[in-house]
Design a protein around this ligand. Structure first.
Ligand code: ATP
Length: 402
């Protein structure tokens, strides 16, 4: 197995790191790539008031997740658990002890590569791993990398690979921290990492979470979910705004409800239950068991308590999974946008899409009926609120008082 190791401070991880990782994966034909955030970097003094090791690990995890290669790309906290200084030679020895047959490749940019001979035990490093390097700025000279590669081969018997990144992102974490403190630099960050920075008030980014612009609200939401769900949240936002325009609802409210609707989707059940208790939300037996039903309630709580959404947006998020009788326009819009946003693909979705713009009630009713049918087929209990929503909409259709 060919394992790439990408060490760094990742304070914070940025698009330069990701561009290099993505290309090295392909160029070296790696089976796995592991980001390894350093604990106390031997060659760097961390600025005071910066992210903690745990926060750097969590940000690196978000960045790595954004590569959308969960089988191949991982993050390891192995250096963070170690006391004292963090040495690459120790990391490689530890990895070899776990799997002696693994072919290790250490990935590094120009700055690191040109000083490799000065690292702690460079002969151990080059014995245990090949070194893959790349220019990280437009002004870095590939010739200098090749000269250094020759030198390391002669002096230490190193195996080296110099690769040319097709896309250089000319930024460093140091520069990025300066930019962020001035309210700039977001374009160098994966949105989820930017959201994490906002939520934790890192690097001098101190925004009022209750009054975030849309871009920042999105970033915060994406930092709370796995990257594979982001496309769905984006699709829901797009659809909810379009439906709000069609049906004369408040587009900005529809947008904010959609951005936040799944923000607690990945919380553990215990965390979800604790939040419901803390907010006095009564739960029936089914909700106590089905974690899928809880995220709507906890998502609504977070949206209001943390991000300051209005009560009608809170309600739309609260009911987006089950629906209920007497839904408001905004509640119907989020419910159906979540159901049929452009990334959804299941038999009948086209009919829902068409109905949603022709007769919103009929679309929600069709959504309720599909959910009930699906639950029945899978032998799962149907939540009474969905049945009540269906019955309410059927009565409305038949001109009866619900
Ligand atoms: P700092 O400003 O603190 O030096 P950094 O941006 O260099 O931070 P590190 O976490 O120290 O980030 O770097 C980890 C690794 O990523 C190093 O091997 C470094 O050369 C490489 N690297 C950093 N920035 C880039 C970039 N923009 N493109 C490609 N590689 C990069």
């Amino acid at each position: 197995m060919k394992l790439g190791i990408y060490g760094g401070t990742f304070n914070p991880p940025h698009l330069g790191h990701l561009a290099a990782a993505r290309f090295a994966l392909e160029a070296l034909e790696l089976d796995e790539l592991r980001f390894v955030p350093a604990a106390a970097p031997p060659h760097k003094v961390l600025p005071s008031g910066t992210a903690t090791a745990q926060q750097r690990l969590e940000m690196t995890d978000l960045a790595a997740d954004g590569l959308l290669l969960p089988q191949k790309v991982h993050v390891s906290g192995m250096e963070l658990g170690r006391s004292g200084k963090s040495y690459t030679a120790d990391t490689l020895e530890q990895l070899k002890a776990v799997d002696a047959s693994a072919e290790l490749w250490l990935l590094m940019g120009t700055d690191m590569f040109l000083t490799l001979q000065n690292w702690h035990e460079p002969e151990v490093i080059t014995r245990l791993a090949g070194i893959c390097t790349f220019a990280r700025t437009h002004s870095d000279s590939v010739e200098a990398l090749n000269i250094q590669a020759d030198y390391l081969q002669k002096a230490l018997g190193a195996r080296t690979r110099v690769i040319e990144l097709p896309h250089i992102v000319d930024v460093s974490s140091t520069r990025l921290r300066e930019l962020l403190a001035r309210g700039e630099g977001q374009e160098y960050l994966p949105p989820a990492v930017y959201g994490y920075i906002i939520r934790h008030g890192l690097y001098g980014v101190h925004l009022d979470l209750k009054h975030l612009p849309d871009r920042e609200l999105r970033a915060c939401s994406y930092s709370m979910i796995r990257a594979k769900r982001i496309a769905h949240v984006q699709g829901t936002e797009e659809e909810a705004v379009r439906l709000a325009r069609r049906w004369g609802a408040d587009q900005e409210k529809a947008r904010r409800a959609a951005i936040l609707h799944d923000c607690t989707k990945y919380w553990e059940k215990d965390e979800q239950l604790a939040m419901c208790r803390a907010h006095g939300i009564p739960l029936d037996d089914l909700e106590q068991q089905a974690v899928k039903l809880l995220h709507a309630k906890t998502g609504a709580c977070v949206a209001r308590a943390v991000y300051g959404v209005s009560d009608d947006v809170y309600e739309a998020i609260f009911w987006h999974t089950t629906g209920k009788a007497n839904m408001s326009l905004l509640e119907k819009i989020l419910y159906i946008a979540d159901y049929m946003e452009p990334n959804r693909d299941f038999p009948g979705v086209e009919r829902l899409r068409e109905l949603a713009y022709r007769d919103l009630d009929q679309a929600v009713l069709a959504g309720n009926e599909m959910s009930i049918q699906e639950m029945k087929e899978r032998g799962l209990p149907v939540h009474p609120n969905t049945v009540q929503s269906r019955d309410w909409l059927r009565s409305k259709r038949n001109g009866k008082e619900p």
